[in-house]
Design a protein around this ligand. Structure first.
Ligand code: UD1
Ligand code: CA
Length: 462
């Protein structure tokens, strides 16, 4: 009799990720498709790590270089399955890499919503039994394998393609997550026969054979979304939305107001403070952190940015790699690009673009400006149409604006240039040399006014 999984043996994660994923109709390897901003495989690997696995083995197919390149990190052991002959064949490939008895936590690279806590309870459930598998009740079980369970024990798994109408009607499905004993499982994998419909060697058939001889515990998932498997584009969209909904619910629990959660997208890694209000059409992604008591209006898009407390972002503003201090007001239609830093109480209005520039406390740039590679002192006022001409065609140069300086409308600041504290530039000036503190710099030709010009022109035309 094959040895059962015992709690003393090392816990090794095996992620099956070699499948072709042909039903996605995509050039990209299936497990590199993103759900909520990260490749499916990244999410599965993160869950396995957090569940305490000592080793991470990933089974990949021939031509998997893009997958390996996307996960160029230590700790992942790549196992090649040259031809994709089914899930049973895929798992069999890890045998030679194990070097001893182990508990195999088998995951599918295309089941990305699984939580570490679920994996830990699957591991715990197998303790004392031979193995365990996760089952879920899904409203739309689709192409997933149906599971027959008696007294909490697995009787058999039937793949949808080979299931009878009665079996197909069952909503209890195989999540594709297992805790299996090694070397015990390999004896069953060696004896697998190809499935008559697909010709593949099914891991599920090995489990069916083992279930006749050993207790295999069926663990029902409290949250069936964790079993969402991605086989086609519709599944991909469903898994993506489910992850965003999960984050939305967590934020609601933490006191964030989402006015229309179904129309708001917050990626799982994003943090939002209590009493912040998110309007419809807000998208928050990457490593974004939003403070407390903020208000983000319709259509605001924010990635990899930090917002302090009490920040208001008016509709249709885009923030990417920006830092925004407490009490700032941004937008509508503002664009903060990487390296934009707004200190407390600064204001950036419509059609203002800020890149790699620091705006000191209380700076106002109300309308139509470009501030790039600049340092703007506290309380300065940037008039409409101001442009930091930071690029000379070869290199970027900095513009420094002093505290409480007043930059007149339509000033061109030809960098490198410095405008001192409390200095003023006249509207329409091209400022190419430094302006000392408290000075006025005007650079424009004298206005010519011709009295009665209109009447004279009219006479000429007659
Ligand atoms: C599989 C299960 C099904 C379960 C579902 C859960 C089998 C036979 N069926 O079906 O019971 O409900 O997962 O999502 O196991 N893979 C390889 N090499 C291969 C074939 C597949 O590494 O040769 C990988 C795939 O990349 C994928 C995983 O194994 O990550 C599952 O394979 P897939 O073909 O998607 O199986 P399903 O039909 O979804
Ligand atoms: Ca699948």
């Amino acid at each position: 009799m094959a040895a059962e999984a015992s709690a003393g043996q090392p816990l090794v994660a095996v992620v099956l990720a070699a499948g072709k994923g042909t039903r996605l109709r995509s050039e990209r390897p299936k497990v590199l498709h993103e759900v909520a901003g990260r490749p499916m495989l990244a999410r599965v690997l993160a869950a396995a790590r957090a569940a305490g696995c000592e080793r991470l083995l990933v089974v990949v197919g021939h031509g998997s270089e893009p997958v390996r390149a996307a996960f160029d990190e230590p700790g992942i052991e790549w196992v090649e399955q040259r031809r994709q002959r089914g899930t049973g064949h895929a798992l069999a490939q890890v045998g030679p890499h194990l070097g001893g008895a182990a508990r195999l936590l088998v995951l599918s690279g295309d089941v990305p919503l699984v939580r570490p806590t679920t994996l830990r309870s699957l591991v715990a459930a197998a303790d004392g039994a031979w193995a365990a598998l996760a089952v879920a009740r899904l409203e739309r079980p689709g192409s997933l394998g149906r599971v027959v369970v008696a007294d909490g024990r697995l009787e058999r798994i039937v793949e949808a393609a080979g299931a009878s109408p009665a079996e197909l009607a069952s909503d209890r499905i195989n999540a594709g997550l297992y805790l299996l004993p090694a070397p015990g499982i390999f004896a069953y994998l060696e004896r697998l026969e190809p499935d008559p419909v697909s010709g593949e060697l099914y891991l599920t058939d090995a489990l069916n054979a083992a279930a006749g001889e050993h207790p295999i515990v069926a663990c029902e998932l409290a949250d069936p979304d964790e079993a969402l498997g991605v086989n086609d584009q519709r599944d991909l969209a469903r898994a993506h939305r489910a992850l965003l909904d999960r984050r939305a619910e967590e934020l609601q629990q933490a006191g964030v107001t989402l006015l229309e959660p179904a129309r708001t997208s917050v990626e799982p890694e994003v943090e939002v403070g209590a009493d912040t209000v998110l309007h419809a059409g807000v998208w928050l992604g990457g490593s974004t952190r939003v403070g407390r008591g903020c208000r983000l209006h319709q259509g605001v898009w924010i990635r990899d940015s930090r917002l302090g407390d009490g920040v208001e972002v008016a509709p249709y503003s885009v923030l990417d790699g920006a830092e925004v201090g407490d009490g700032c007001r941004v937008g509508p239609f503002a664009r903060l690009r990487p390296g934009a830093r707004l200190d407390e109480g600064a204001r950036v209005g419509n059609f203002v673009e800020v890149k790699n520039a620091r705006l000191g406390p209380g700076v106002k740039a109300g309308h139509l400006a470009y501030l790039g590679d600049a340092d703007v002192g506290a309380g300065a006022n940037i008039g409409a149409g101001t442009v930091t001409c930071n690029y000379d065609g070869e290199t970027k140069h900095r513009t420094v604006i002093g505290e409480r300086a007043f930059i007149g409308s339509d000033t061109m600041l030809v960098a490198p240039v410095e405008v001192g504290d409390e200095a003023v530039t006249g509207a329409g000036s091209v400022i190419a040399s430094d302006v000392p503190p408290r000075a006025l710099a005007v650079e424009r030709s004298k206005q010519r006014t011709v009295p009665g010009w209109k009447a004279r022109r009219k006479r000429r035309e007659d």
